[in-house]
Design a binder for this molecule. Structure first.
Ligand SMILES: Nc1nc2c(c(=O)[nH]1)N[C@H]1C(S)=C(S)[C@@H](COP(=O)(O)O)O[C@H]1N2
Ligand SMILES: [Mo]
Length: 186
């Protein structure tokens, strides 16, 4: 039978083990929302499996390692806020929250020069990493205090202020990829 002290010690160990797990990344804890592949210095999962990673397979994407983020892991990178309105949007600005894309790239130790941000519907946009590190790019997972839903613009929405990417006109939100699930570092 466990002594009282033994029991307390066991509980402490379990508590620490559990905290440790959520620190390491969270791929194990919650549903993965965004997976980063390509030239990474740090990964937290192995290669794609045509059965389990069916949506990657649908898009004909395969990889031998990747870094998978759930919402908590993205939030742990530091939630930033961006209140935006593009001319084609409804009157009331949208307040988006999520980590800086640069923080995501730091976490995975991105080593490439460009990024391909890909959405569930297949829409994808290429960005130059050096350029976007200078701007204010947020991988939003919340809008107006609510998680971005699948079926809406979630699970993640790449957002930056009007004119925030060189060469993009002030009124175009064409590079604001919504329903992002995959970022490839190339
Ligand atoms: N996932 C996804 N994101 C996307 C698009 C898209 O088709 N799919 N269209 C882009 C374009 S061309 C524009 S103008 C803006 C706004 O598109 P919406 O009017 O369909 O919301 O989202 C951008 N992000
Ligand atoms: Mo568009």
């Amino acid at each position: 039978m466990l002594s009282r002290i033994g029991l307390i010690a066991t509980l402490c160990v379990l508590l620490v083990a559990h905290q440790g797990q959520s620190e390491v990344g969270a791929a194990e804890d919650g549903a993965v929302v965004v997976t980063v592949t390509g030239k990474l210095g740090k990964t937290n999962r192995g290669g794609s499996d045509a059965f389990r990673d069916a949506f990657f397979a649908f898009h004909e994407i395969s990889f031998d390692k990747a870094y998978a983020f759930d919402r908590a892991a993205l939030a742990a990178l530091g939630m930033q806020e961006l209140t935006l309105r593009y001319p084609s949007w409804p009157e009331t600005p949208v307040t988006l929250r999520g980590p800086l894309l640069g923080a995501v790239l730091d976490e995975v130790e991105a080593q490439g020069r460009s990024l391909r941000v890909q959405a569930l519907d297949g829409y994808a946009v290429e960005f130059d990493i050096e350029t976007l590190r200078k701007g204010r790019f947020i991988l939003a997972i919340e809008a107006d205090g609510r998680p971005l839903p699948i079926g809406g613009r979630g699970p993640a929405w790449l957002a930056f202020p009007p004119g925030g990417y060189p060469g993009e006109s002030e009124d175009s939100d064409a590079k604001l990829v919504w329903s992002v699930f995959h970022i490839a570092v190339e």
